[in-house]
Write a protein that binds this ligand. Structure first.
Ligand code: UDX
Length: 451
């Protein structure tokens, strides 16, 4: 008798930093024999279809099919919940009528109402955490009223986490007054119905966040399934599709690869601040001057929308050492032998990629969870240092120059590199056959089939 093929509907939040890890997770489930349907908004539908391989993609309207740039977040969320819930219900019933009933919805924890839809239809549901376990533990702590906002203390003690300064918390909490209340609410509302989820997956690996996972497991039974980067980057013996995911910014060019091939080992500083962060002109000037005086080769990702903030003539003046690109194949770049360190905003995907590929980091966190990620990179995982901003919040050129020297040359840099190699090895082990993440994925699939 043919084994029942489980069918998962994977529903990421409509943002690159969320879609890509969940797309990779979908591909891993498919590799284990699970039928997958990906659901996304009309905005990402076409680009997601181009990178989803043989996975079917369906659309869920968020009520703003012509784009929602000018819509306030609270209005957008309310409309998305109403229209999205109706659309998600219709999609699940349509798939059932087509003879492909959904067994489980794997939803982005940011779309907590998807769990309510699943339960209303008698389906199981798995929450998917796209950031670190530590960050979700903080969200949970705030949601449970164990951490009052605005913060009254400059130091914060949360079980399972190292002692944190207020500035190490996600920016919506540490800079409470600088964001509309909706931002804090979106962060901790992910927890409001989390106990009804049948599984909670997180894009991390057990050894990386062992203490917070063990301490949290009774409240949040988190199953680690990361790092969700194509296995070929974790283990060269494996050949899977290089296509990591979609990119909001086209064209994704490979122009930088021939340039990197001409560079010697660990001789290049790679600089990228992700898909959302917008540095101001003063900060771009300081980064530029720090790169100029450090005298290393550098590859700097400057998105089209940011290029006008670069100092005049800087590109021309540093053309002998610097290469600027609007968007690059970051995994290919981080895996390249010439990369000596990564100046990063510490977005979770970039952080996990650098850890998994053994690249030392210089953290310049901007907002959201980036300060928390930077704290762990520097003090817990010890694979980088933080470029400390001054009292105005700007990281000065001499600080950037100093950080590059420390990581690229110094004794501390050697220790950081050794730690980076160790985490790279542990990331691969988590993903290898029988590894912690591999086991959690296989366990999920077998439970789905049994039902
Ligand atoms: C957002 C938030 O900013 C981040 O804090 C949160 O943890 C996830 O959602 P983003 O800012 O885009 O993410 O940063 P990050 O999480 O690092 O994701 C960036 C992704 O874009 C990475 O997967 C990276 O590989 C990719 N990238 C970046 C490219 O493919 N090419 C580039 O040139 C730059």
């Amino acid at each position: 008798m043919e084994t029942h093929k489980a069918h998962c509907l994977i529903f990421p939040c409509a943002a690159q930093g969320h879609i890509n890890p969940m797309l990779q997770f979908a591909k891993r489930l498919q590799h284990q024999g699970t039928k997958i349907t990906l659901a996304t908004t009309k905005f990402f539908f076409k680009t997601l279809q181009e990178v989803s391989g043989s996975i079917a993609v369906e659309t869920i309207s968020d009520g703003y099919d012509e784009g929602a740039n000018e819509v306030p977040l609270d209005t957008y969320n309310a409309v998305f919940q109403k229209v999205g819930s109706e659309n998600l219900t219709e999609l699940i019933l349509k798939l059932k009528d087509l003879g492909c009933p959904v067994d489980c919805i794997v939803y982005d924890a940011l779309i907590s109402w998807a769990l309510d839809v699943a339960k209303s239809l008698g389906l199981r549901a798995a929450a998917f955490f796209t950031q670190s376990c530590a960050v979700y533990k903080i969200y949970y702590h705030v949601y449970a009223g164990l951490l009052k906002l605005p913060l009254e203390e400059s130091k914060v003690e949360i079980p399972g986490l190292p002692p944190l300064l207020a500035s190490d918390l996600p920016s919506f909490f540490s800079n409470y007054g600088s964001y509309p209340p909706i931002f804090q609410m979106v962060a901790y509302d992910q927890m409001k119905n989390i106990h009804e989820a049948d599984w909670i997956f997180c894009n991390t690996f057990y050894k990386l966040e062992e203490e917070v996972i063990d301490c949290t497991s009774k409240i949040l039974p988190i199953k680690t399934i990361g790092p969700t980067i194509p296995s070929m980057y974790l283990d060269k013996r494996l050949q899977d599709d290089k296509q990591y995911g979609l990119s909001r910014f086209m064209p994704m060019t490979n122009d930088c690869m021939p340039w990197l091939n001409e560079r010697s080992t660990s001789s290049v500083v790679y600089v990228s601040f992700g898909s959302l962060a917008e540095l101001d002109a003063e900060q771009m000037e300081e980064v530029a001057q720090g790169l100029r005086t450090s005298n290393y080769y550098f590859l700097w990702v400057v998105r089209e929308s940011e290029s006008n903030k670069l100092p005049k003539d800087f590109v021309k003046e540093t053309s002998d050492r610097g290469l600027f690109i609007s968007w690059c194949p970051q995994l290919e770049v981080l895996a390249h032998k010439s990369i000596g360190c990564f100046i990063t905003h510490c977005g979770w995907n970039s952080t996990l990629e650098a850890l998994s590929l053994g690249v030392p980091m210089i953290g310049m966190p901007q907002w959201i969870d980036q300060s928390t990620n930077a704290k762990f990179v520097v003090d817990i995982w010890k694979t980088g240092i933080k470029a400390q901003p001054d009292e105005t919040g700007i990281v000065r050129r001499d600080v950037i120059h100093e950080c590059i020297s420390v990581v690229m040359e110094g004794e501390k840099g050697q220790e950081i590199r050794k730690n980076a190699d160790n985490w790279k090895d542990l990331a691969r082990k988590a993903f290898d056959d029988g590894g912690s993440s591999d086991k959690n994925i296989k366990d999920f699939v077998s439970k789905l089939i049994q039902s």
